[in-house]
Every structure is written in C-alpha cells, then in structure tokens.
Design a protein around this ligand. Structure first.
Ligand SMILES: Nc1ncnc2c1ncn2[C@@H]1O[C@H](COP(=O)(O)OP(=O)(O)OP(=O)(O)O)[C@@H](O)[C@H]1O
Ligand SMILES: [Mg+2]
Length: 552
C-alpha cells in the first residue's frame, strides 16, 4: 500500500528534489505540491493525504502555527518538517505543534523515506483505530434527535448541547454528533468556545459525494467526547445550505454516528425543515409561559402546512420550570395538546452561568440540572433507541422488524433474532401437527367403528374395521397406526397414532389415542328397547255433508 504525500514547499529547487526522492522511495506517492499555507488547507480538504511535508520557510505564516492548525483540523494526517536547523529547541517546539519528525537539509532519500513512512503509518493506524472505535462504540446510523425552539431564547441550544453531552457521558465511546442547523445565527460555537473554523458551509461543494474524509475534516471533536458540525461564522452564508445540501449532510453525519442531535433553532429555514423531517424525534423546547406555548402550536401548524412533518414523534420539553411560576407543567401539558417529555428542566441560571461564560458545557455541575439532562438523554436518546431509530423515519417497517418491535434493523440484528424466530415457528408448527394427528385419530376411530357395526369379523388377516380405519389416514400416519378393538368393549375401536416430529415422515415417541364406538346391527337390542309400540289410529273428522245429515 502506498503512502500519499502532500509537499508544502515554496522553494522550487527543493520541491523538485523532494519529488524526485519520493519517486525513488518505495511506496511513496506525491499527490500534490503546494507553495503556501492557504493552498495546504485547500489541498487537505480536496485530497486524501497520509502525510504532509512542510518546509520551514513556507510563506508568511510561521510554519509551527500552520502545523498546529493542521493537527487541529486533520489530526489523522502525519506532519514532517523539513528544516535547515535541527536544534533541540526546534525539535521540542515541533513536537509540541504536533509534528511527527524533523528532517534536516540537504535532503537524503534515507532520512526522508524513514520519516515520511513513519508519519504515514501513524496516520493509517490512527484512522483504523478511530474507525474501529466507532463501530465498537455502538450502532452507527442511529437516531436523529432534532431540538427546535418554540420561540427564540427558550434554551434550544442549551438543551441540544447538554443533551449531546449527557448522551456521550452515559455511554462513553458511543459516537455522538451535535449539528448546528440554526445556520443564520447558530451559537453552538460560542457555547463550546472553539477556535475551530470549519463549518457545514465547507461541505456545500462536496455535498453530492460526501466521504468519510470530508466529514472527518469538518467535524470538530470536543474534548468531552462528542463531535460537532458547526454553523458558519458568517450568518449570510446560511443561504448556501439549501435543502439538498442539508439532507446530504445530515444523512452522512447520521451514517457515521450512533446519535445525532440537531439544533434547529427557532427560525424556520430550509435546513431546519430538513432536520425536522429527517429526525426520529423532534424535541420542541418551550418555557412555561403563554407566548412560548403558543409558539409550539405555531411551529406544528407551520410544519403541517409545509408538509415537513405531522405530530408523530414530536414531543415538547418544558425548560425553565419553577414552582414560583403561574404556568405549572401539568397546565402546560394540557395547553400544548401533544406529548411532553416526562423530564422538565428547572429554571436555574446559576447552574449554567460558568458553563456559558467559559464556553465549557461540562461546567454545569449542579446535580439537579445534570440529572435532568441525563434523564432526558435516557428518555429520548437512549442507546436502545438506536435500534428503534435506525434507518429513515419513513422507511417501511418489515414484518420481522415489527415482530421484534424494532424498526429498520440491520441484517446483523436479524441474524441474532433468526434462531429465536425459527424455534418459535417450529414450536407452532409442532403444536399444529399434534392437533392434526388428534383429528385424524378421532376420524379413523369413527370410520373403524362404523365398519365394526356392520361387520364384526376380527380374525387374523381379516379385520375389515382395521382396513377401513387405516384407509382414512394419510400415508405418513398409516404406517405406525395401531387399530384394535377395545378389550373392555367389543363395540369400540381404538386408534393409536404417533405424533410426527416437524415433518409427517419423522414419527416421534409421543402418541395420541382415540376411541369411537357404534351399536352393532347384528346384536339383539336390549329388552327395554326391543318393544316397538303400535301407534293408535287417530279418528278422521267426518266430511261436512255427513255432519249436516247426522244433525238432522
Ligand atoms: N433551564 C434554564 N435555566 C436558566 N437559564 C437557562 C436555562 N436554559 C437556558 N438558559 C439560559 O437561557 C439563555 C438562552 O439560552 P439558549 O441560547 O440556549 O437559547 P436559544 O433558544 O438557543 O436561543 P436562540 O433563539 O437565540 O438560539 C442562555 O443564557 C442560557 O444559559
Ligand atoms: Mg440557539
């Protein structure tokens, strides 16, 4: 497997000699040569690169700053610095900036090859590790929980951020992504105080063919264990994200995460409509006051009019609840008229203050508030919901998935479920076979008894009742059937059949016996029944003419 290199060298002569050496080296492929910092960023976005070779005299930007930026945005790319000076100070500073190795000038094939190979291998190992952790960390393609505001300022971003954090904390290693689709004025960036500049707008050009690499470059990995896709720094760029881009981006993010939390904000846009449409669950955040509660209704009506989504899967979350307020949760629940979450978030700005002011969501330390978000994550974004939410909201549910109470499950789960289903089907089939054998035995006994009532011959080789009973049985049952006259009652036929196992041809150890008797026509009737009374004739009424004559 060859290692892909990006050379960032301004000096033409040095660049050519580096290309020539790389071509001489085994398994090294130069994918591009760039000459300034901006081109490096563009090339990294465009190309699949394992290692970057940076020359220390690269344009105006200090090379160590550039290295720091590359390792923040592309942590999986190995960086090798080519420098005239190889002093211990430079080495230490280079390591701190995320550079894997420093190669001195003049370049030698041996040094360059060894450093680049080592950096590229490290990059590969890191990528494999990340991919492995993701798939081990939980099911990917998990549910999307969209968080929308009934009106501005009700705490939508606070809820979305804390929900993503609580879900990541609840199951460490579960890939969780927070997407800011409040594109015009999204402030997830401010809530997380990140210097990361990439945003969803960087995916616009490649939205039709989003690769893992594009996502890796554009998603910011927060130290608290979740990833973030930010809204653009400049609100006017929100227009670049139309519904096609929004759908492609959300589909790609969902495919790589076990849970995707989307902040839709409170202002309707093409992207927020797509978020609401694709979401497994939409949480509409409201505060317990009449204006915000009306906002819930207005948002639902809007989504219905625009055919974005019906009420199915839409739940209302009450934020900033307090005993001191006029509108208590029970009243608010009645007013909104659609399901609300069991969890409500108490009003306590003090609990959020440090987190908001320092841009570190982890600094919400109040037990009550943290507990409320943990409970909310368990209610709307628990890992079990992954299976339920996997696949598209509109994906039709297969019969098997309905049987298992699951939706859009993968074939892997089906394989786990298949043995149970097979055993269940076989058990039902076996019960059916036993029932059918019981019916056959009863029927054969009746046939035998009917024959016995007209012909009671029962000699070796001539047992008509037995012939008749067996004739009434299907072949598979006939072979093992026992037909005898009941030793206790000569007028009764006993039929004994083996219950087949799974297939009629495999007879099992269990048997079913049925008896039927019939009165023999050859036997004399008991005395009580042998007397047949002769009916007394009823006198017929005289014709009318005779009656008249007699009267005279
Ligand atoms: N439960 C709460 N108790 C006290 N303060 C809260 C609570 N929830 C949110 N806040 C505060 O309310 C303010 C607004 O929150 P946030 O930015 O999350 O609202 P928003 O709905 O996203 O606003 P916008 O419509 O501007 O996007 C923040 O200062 C936040 O700390
Ligand atoms: Mg917000």
């Amino acid at each position: 497997m060859s290692h892909r290199l990006l050379l960032a060298i301004t000096d033409q002569a040095l660049a050519s000699s580096a290309v020539a050496l790389a071509q001489e080296g085994e398994g090294l492929e130069v994918v591009d040569v760039v000459s300034d910092a901006e081109e490096v960023a563009r090339a990294l976005r465009r190309l699949d690169v394992d290692a970057v070779i940076l020359h220390d005299a690269l344009g105006a930007v200090p090379v160590l700053d550039l290295a720091r930026e590359i390792s923040a945005s592309n942590p999986e790319v190995g960086i090798v610095l080519v420098a005239a000076d190889e002093s211990p100070d430079l080495l230490r500073a280079a390591m701190q900036a995320g550079i894997r190795d420093v190669v001195g000038l003049p370049l030698s094939l041996e040094r360059l090859e060894a450093s680049v190979r080592q950096a590229a291998q490290w990059s590969r190992a890191l990528r494999d590790r990340v991919a492995g952790e993701e798939s081990a960390g939980g099911a990917l393609g998990g549910p999307i929980v969209a968080v929308a505001g009934a009106k501005g300022g009700v705490g939508t971003t606070t809820v979305a951020t804390q929900l993503a954090l609580a879900a990541a904390r609840a199951t460490p290693g579960r890939p969780v992504c927070l997407v800011d689709f409040d594109l015009a004025k999204g402030d997830v960036r401010a809530f997380l105080e990140t210097p990361f500049r990439r945003s969803v707008v960087d995916l616009v050009e490649v939205a039709g063919e989003l690769s893992v690499r594009h996502l890796q470059e554009t998603l910011y990995t927060h130290e608290l264990g979740f990833r973030v896709l930010l809204a653009p720094d400049h609100g006017e760029r929100a227009e670049d994200v139309d519904s096609v881009v929004a759908r492609n981006v959300l589909t790609a993010v969902k495919a790589r995460h076990a849970l995707t939390v989307v902040d839709l904000g409170a202002t309707p846009s093409e992207a927020s409509a797509i978020g609401a449409e694709m979401a497994t669950t939409v949480l509409v955040v409201t505060t317990p006051d009449v204006v915000a509660l009306r906002g819930v209704q207005r948002l639902r009506d809007l989504w219905r009019r625009l055919q974005v989504r019906e009420d199915d899967g839409v739940v209302v979350l009450l934020n900033r609840t307090s005993r001191k307020l006029e509108v208590q949760p029970d009243l608010a629940r009645k007013v909104v008229g659609i399901p609300t979450t069991q969890v409500t978030i108490p009003d306590d700005f003090g609990a959020f203050e440090a987190a908001v002011n320092t841009g570190s969501p982890g600094r919400v330390e109040d037990g009550k508030i943290r507990g409320a978000f943990a409970a909310l994550a368990a209610e709307v974004a628990a890992p079990e919901a992954d299976e339920d939410g996997r696949g598209d909201r509109n994906e039709p549910r297969s019969l098997l998935s309905r049987l298992a109470g699951e939706r859009g499950q993968s074939s892997v789960e089906f394989i786990g479920l298949a043995p149970i289903l097979i055993v269940l089907i076989l058990a039902v089939w076996q019960v059916g076979l036993a029932g059918y054998t019981y019916i056959l035995a009863g029927n054969a006994a009746r046939e035998g008894a009917r024959e016995l009532s007209t012909d009671n011959t029962d000699e070796k080789g001539d047992r008509p009742y037995r012939e008749r009973a067996k004739e009434s049985l299907p072949g598979a049952w006939r072979r093992n059937a026992k037909v005898v006259i009941d030793p206790k009652d000569e007028a009764r036929v006993v039929v004994d059949l083996k219950i087949p196992i799974v297939l009629p041809t495999f007879s099992g150890p269990l048997r079913i016996t049925s008896r039927a008797s019939s009165v023999s026509e050859l036997e004399e009737l008991p005395p009580s029944q042998s007397y047949t009374p002769t009916p007394t004739p009823t006198p017929r009424p005289k014709p009318k003419a005779e009656r008249v004559r007699a009267d005279r």
